[in-house]
Design a protein around this ligand. Structure first.
Ligand SMILES: CCNc1nc2cc3[nH]c(NC)nc3cc2c(=O)[nH]1
Length: 380
């Protein structure tokens, strides 16, 4: 069923540029700018990418950032963000912002909650106050935040789960997707993404995609993964899911992942990613490098004068030694997490640029072998 409110608006579009096997390179055109895909979205949970100014985020090459509805509705509240001119103005980020719809965080934060057909009731982890999320409330909150991309309100079932549990949850999420679409206010260059559910079951994923494409969204997220199923099962699910998705719309794999996850998922037709890993790792002394992750608190770095990467395309990469970062973390200095978050996000963006360039010149398979070899080598 098409939704009259979305027919006339000039929608957000994803335009393909090149492909290499199942991998695609393209551009996502939005009200707040155009983003090359594949793209990695830094997570800006409560209106900030922790430890980073938005200029620093921009300097890494990030094009689009993610905000969390659950956190922002609790503090500073959607009404206040709206009064402050929306997320873009409040956090001084003119580029596109994708906001999630809150359900996943309510479930994953384990907040005391009651789930029913209409939505979810939960208590705030901040002050215990009672709150409600439904497809309509979530969509309205994301409107007040002025999200460039609004996510449908869904339920992400924990894995492992029986096919019966997965089917019931997916069918409810499809009903919620229709209600989310009905509540969405179409504006030029804004978009809403449906979320495919169905766990690792091919027939359920097929049913979910059919339901969502009948409703019609500007993009499609693959939900229900990266919830403990492991990389092999995630990849095998992608192998049969992405080919069933519309070719001319962006695909967003939620909550993924390690550099190796990103490479494998791009090669299976995914265009967009978000993950807390690079920023959370930056706060816990874990550095992502071309030779795999290293823990900078380790004593072996105490006098290691090398930088973290041979690239010198960020103020961090070419300037600070491992020894200095080791010292900052041992001293619990705030500059440690700041510099390492900057480094990790820059590493993820550099990796996505490398992958994208290889798709454009048809050499992604060669790059994949090289990356995996280097990651396996370990620190040089
Ligand atoms: C937009 C909110 N809905 C929604 N978020 C998600 C976030 C995830 N994050 C991870 N691993 C870190 N898996 C996810 C699945 C979903 C999912 O199925 N749905």
């Amino acid at each position: 069923m098409s939704n009259h409110k979305t027919d006339h608006a000039i929608k957000m579009t994803w335009v393909p540029e090149a492909s290499c096997g199942m991998a695609r390179a393209g551009h996502l055109h939005t009200r707040h700018g155009t983003v090359p895909t594949p793209t990695f979205m830094p997570v800006g949970t409560v209106g900030t990418v922790k430890g980073m100014t938005m200029d620093a985020v921009r300097s890494t090459g990030a094009g689009i950032v993610l905000g969390n509805t659950y956190h922002l509705m609790l503090r500073p509240t959607a009404d206040r963000v709206q009064k402050l001119g929306g997320l873009h103005r409040m956090m001084d980020w003119p580029g596109p912002i994708l906001t999630d719809s809150g359900g996943f965080q309510v479930m994953s934060l384990g907040a005391l909650r009651k789930l029913d057909e209409d939505g979810v009731t939960f208590r705030s982890h901040i002050d215990g106050s009672k709150h409600r999320l439904t497809p309509e409330i979530s969509t309205d909150i994301q409107f007040k935040l002025d999200a460039t991309i609004t996510m449908a309100f869904d339920e992400c079932p924990a894995l492992p789960a029986t096919p019966e549990v997965l089917r019931k949850s997916m069918e409810m999420s499809m009903r919620w997707a229709a209600r989310s679409r009905e509540a969405f206010v179409a504006r030029e260059g804004y978009g809403q993404f449906g979320i495919v559910q169905g766990g690792t079951e091919r027939d359920l994923r097929e049913y979910s995609i059919k339901a969502l494409t009948e409703i019609g969204f500007e993009g499609y997220a693959i939900g229900g993964l990266a919830v403990g199923e492991g990389q092999e099962l995630m990849f095998s699910t992608l192998d049969f899911t992405t080919p069933m998705l519309p070719q001319d719309k962006a695909r967003y794999l939620m909550g993924v992942g390690t550099p190796d996850d990103l490479l494998g998922a791009v090669m299976r037709g995914v265009d967009m990613f978000d993950c807390v890993m690079p920023s959370r790792a930056g706060r816990t002394a874990r550095a992502y490098t071309e030779r795999g992750p290293i823990n900078l608190r380790n004593a072996r770095f105490a006098e290691d004068t090398r930088t973290l990467t041979p690239h010198d395309d960020t103020p961090v990469a070419g300037r600070y030694s491992r020894a200095y970062l080791h010292h900052l973390f041992r001293a619990n200095e705030m500059l440690g997490p700041m510099l390492l978050t900057w480094h990790n996000l820059a590493y993820y963006q550099r990796l996505m640029r490398q992958i994208r360039a290889a798709i454009v010149d048809g050499t992604l398979d060669v790059l994949a072998v090289k990356l995996r070899e280097d990651w396996a080598k370990g620190d040089w």
